[in-house]
Design a protein around this ligand. Structure first.
Ligand SMILES: [Cu+2]
Length: 124
């Protein structure tokens, strides 16, 4: 009986390990990178996109899934790449980016000046 319980506990542990995927993790499917970014409020009136930093290679095509779980619509903009999206409450928007030069690009919400910026670090 005790051995069975231990076995069940072990199996549940394996299930959790396999199904829980960290937010922002790159996907291994198809060889292309994919990140999920989620809106989060870190303090009253202070919103961020999580993760707040993404590192990728120059010329690499990356899919970003922008999930807005906040109670208001938020924007997602990267000036250097000509990206300016508005994500309604509860929705997810998929965009593909392909940076053409290395450096640090900021991503931010163009709707709320108080929204804290994130950084896209593009490496050689
Ligand atoms: Cu915002």
């Amino acid at each position: 009986m005790r051995d069975k319980l231990i076995l069940y506990g072990f199996m549940i542990g394996i299930l959790l390990t396999v199904t829980v995927q960290p937010i922002g993790a790159e996907s291994a499917s198809g060889g292309s990178k994919e990140f999920t970014l989620v809106t989060a409020m870190v303090a009253e009136g202070a919103n961020i996109w999580l993760p707040s930093m993404i590192i990728l290679k120059n010329g690499e095509e990356v899919k970003l899934k922008l999930r807005n779980v906040a109670k208001a619509e938020h924007g997602f903009a990267i000036d250097e790449l000509g990206i300016k999206e508005v994500i309604p409450v509860g929705e997810t928007k998929e965009i593909t980016i392909k940076p053409g030069s290395k450096g640090v690009l900021r991503y931010y919400c163009h709707l709320h000046p108080g929204h804290i910026n994130g950084q896209l670090l593009v490496q050689e």
